[in-house]
Ligand binder design. Structure first.
Ligand code: ADP
Ligand code: MG
Length: 145
């Protein structure tokens, strides 16, 4: 089955490496200029997923949850803009980031805590839900905008 179909049904991973592998597969089939909205609690695997995307696009630098910045820009086969909305207090704060100015095609805008952006998220964003199961495994499910 294709990775997008599998993700729509829900994929379970038992290791961080597994989560990165799922992300790397999805990276290969994403249209150019895609936005990913990564929903889920702290520790559910959102940043780990972005690390898998980075690997697929030959991005060398480390991908971490930025502590002092809202977003980080990574350059590889495609531009990866990793935004962590956690510290945004209101969606209007995102306007000041001038994200559009950084997004050069082909790009992927990967957003953690997308709820914080409110209606500022593009309507064609791919929404992924991350959940931690009682046994510690993670489920990743794709639901379109
Ligand atoms: P988030 O960005 O959603 O807060 P992170 O990706 O930063 O989450 O952290 C997930 C943590 O859980 C990491 O320490 C990772 O090694 C660990 N982990 C354990 N199992 C998994 C799994 N199946 N998928 C992703 N992360 C996992
Ligand atoms: Mg994170």
């Amino acid at each position: 089955m294709k990775i997008a179909e599998r993700l729509r049904a829900g994929v379970r991973t038992v290791t961080a490496a597994g989560t990165r592998q799922v992300a790397a597969r999805l990276a290969k089939v994403l249209p150019p200029d895609a936005t990913l909205a990564l929903h889920g609690d702290l520790g559910a695997g959102k940043t780990t997923f972005v690390q898998g995307l980075a690997r697929a696009w030959q991005i060398a630098g480390p991908v971490t949850s930025p502590t002092y910045t809202i977003f980080t820009l990574h350059r590889g086969d495609r531009l990866l803009l990793h935004l962590d909305g956690y510290r945004l207090e209101a969606p209007e704060q995102a306007d000041g980031l001038l994200l559009e100015d950084f997004l050069v095609s082909p790009y992927c805008l990967a957003v953690e805590w997308p709820e914080k952006l409110g209606s500022r998220l593009p309507p064609d964003a791919w929404h992924l839900d991350f959940e931690i199961a009682a046994d510690g495994s993670r489920s990743i499910r794709l639901r379109r905008g």
